[in-house]
Design a protein. Structure first.
Lengths: 264, 273
């Protein structure tokens, strides 16, 4: 089988495994949809129908929808990937795969591809729900910007997810740390709470991490100010730097052999 | 089939991992299928099948899916259905691995190791944790692999397994080979004497019996045993005496030295310090 064929086969089996793992489905598919519906139904009505965003007044439902899309990217790419790879490594499956003629890069690409497809489906689903239930729409001229942010954001979250596996010795650690990081960052990145409601220092903390820049970038594409496709240099740069850092750690520190207790 | 034996901590897994290309050696030359496993490439991996000691495959995939996935990695895999029959999982072909018993999982594991149609198969403790009937059927399965003309490198700490399966064995102690040969040859190396063992009848003393068999009797618990190079003659004397005296020799058995005797003798010798 060609190397491309190997990537496709492994991605296909990766999806089979994903849809047969209810926990992952709940966290990466059901949970973001639930959050979107709840947040928009509870916090985006009445006097909260608009929210302050970079000195402007914008539609709260659209703001939350863009933020939840960023959250979905983080769970589908970062959390799911970190947990799945750590679990496979600790089961000894990665070591086993390394003992076959399959080129290791095809495994990595298939893992990332699975996240990319999941993200794409989630984004389409969330946009559809936002459109139908909460009247959310994106200006045609910034759709390109949205796609750029999604591609860059997914790539960054994937490299960080793979990098995280170097620090998580067991599946339990990975499945605690990764979703926890996503939830905590969501509070300080303008995903669960409008960024303007946070004290200044907390906003500064949020700005360190990539989720803020992904959320802010996506929110901006729904409410473009300047011309072009709606990209901001600072968001793009921050995501790229995080992605690169993740890539370096992933390439240097990735382990194929089990790391948990009982393995030397 | 090559059996690689040794007590825990003797260096079996370290050696096998060097041979499999997982671990770098600290010195010396290693060649597996004319290739240094430390520099193994895809072509070499294509010719080698592995069954690792600790490995759980994806529990959400079925037996057939798992084998198809691994088959796709090799240039000339065997048909998946053939492998499923070979490892005896016909009834479980569409069952997810997570639902299988330990023995069935291990069979699936072996199936994954041979689906690529390798020339050489490493089996690292394939039956550890099996119940006796699962072990028997695993042995039949492994003998089936021999029938396919594969070279099999078997690691085990079950001596009966090695005796049953291996054509040639090596015993390792503290990283050094202390014995090698066929299981029978090794058995003879502790002496070609057979052991005769039975329960000491009531009212009979060992001294009485030693006069009958002309050998020294070793008591162990309620049993006595002696070694003889002519078991036929010794048994003739012994049973003839018993019949004449109307004595029942309970649990009478004759055994040839086994690999286990060699193993115990070699590995229990005071380790050279």
């Amino acid at each position: 089988m060609s190397d491309v064929g190997l990537v496709i086969t492994q991605t296909r089996y990766g999806f089979k495994s994903l849809v047969r793992t209810p926990r992952v489905l709940v966290f990466s598919v059901f949970f973001p949809i639930l959050l979107l519906v709840l947040f928009n139904s509870i916090f985006a009505t009445g006097k909260n129908a608009t929210v302050r965003f970079h000195g402007r007044s914008i539609d709260t439902a659209t703001y939350f929808t863009a933020g939840i899309i960023a959250y979905a990217v983080m769970t589908s790419a970062f959390s799911t990937l970190a947990i799945a790879i750590t679990a496979r490594r600790e089961r000894g499956e990665l070591k086993r795969l390394r003992g076959t003629p399959m080129p290791p890069w095809t495994f990595m690409v298939s893992q990332v591809l699975r996240s990319v497809v999941t993200v794409a489906l989630m984004v389409i689903g969330l946009l559809l729900i936002g459109r139908l239930a909460f009247n959310v729409s994106i200006p045609g001229k910034t759709v390109g910007g949205l796609v750029v942010y999604l591609v860059l954001g997914t790539a960054t979250m994937c490299t960080l997810g793979i990098a995280l596996t170097a620090l998580t010795p067991t599946e339990e650690t990975a499945s605690t740390v990764a979703p926890f990081a996503a939830v905590i960052l969501s509070f300080v990145s303008g995903v669960f709470i409008p960024i303007n409601s946070l004290p200044d220092w907390l906003q500064q903390v949020g700005r360190i991490f990539p989720l803020y820049h992904l959320a802010d970038g996506l929110q901006n594409t729904f409410f473009p100010t300047g011309g072009g496709i709606g990209l901001q240099g600072s968001n793009v740069a921050s995501l790229a730097v995080w992605g690169l850092a993740g890539l370096i750690v992933a390439v240097r520190r990735f382990k194929w052999e089990p790391q948990g207790p009982g393995h030397s | 089939m090559f059996g690689f034996l040794g007590p825990n901590g003797a260096g079996k897994t370290t050696t096998i991992e060097i041979l499999e290309g997982y671990r770098n050696r600290t010195g010396g030359d290693v060649s597996v299928l004319d290739v240094d496993p430390g520099r193994s490439d895809r072509a070499w991996r294509n010719r080698v099948g592995l069954v690792l000691q600790e490995c759980q495959l994806d529990p959400t995939l079925t037996v057939r899916e798992t084998l198809s996935l691994y088959a796709s990695f090799y240039t000339d895999p065997r048909p998946v259905d053939e492998i499923i029959s070979l490892v005896g999982l016909e009834d479980k072909r569409d069952a997810r691995l997570g639902t299988l018993s330990g023995g069935q999982k291990r069979r699936a594991d072996v199936g994954v190791g041979i689906v690529g149609n390798p020339e050489l198969v490493f089996l690292d403790e394939p039956t550890t944790g099996f119940d006796p009937s699962a072990r028997r059927s695993a042995w039949n399965m492994i003998e089936g692999l021999k029938g396919l003309g594969k070279t099999i490198f078997l690691t085990t700490h079950y001596m009966d397994e090695a005796q049953h399966l291996a054509d040639r064995v090596v015993i390792l102690r503290q990283g050094e080979i202390v014995a090698q040969g066929s299981p029978d040859e090794l058995g003879e190396s502790v002496g070609s004497a057979s052991e005769v063992r039975f329960r000491l009848p009531e009212g009979v003393t060992t001294q009485q019996l030693e006069k009958v068999v002309h050998e020294h009797l070793d008591p162990s618990g309620t049993d006595v045993s002696f070694r003889t190079s002519n078991a036929q003659k010794a048994l003739y004397e012994l049973t003839g005496w018993a019949e004449r005296h109307h004595v029942q020799l309970a649990d009478l058995e004759v055994s040839r030295p086994t690999l286990e005797d060699v193993f115990l003798q070699l590995t229990q010798e005071a380790a050279p310090q």
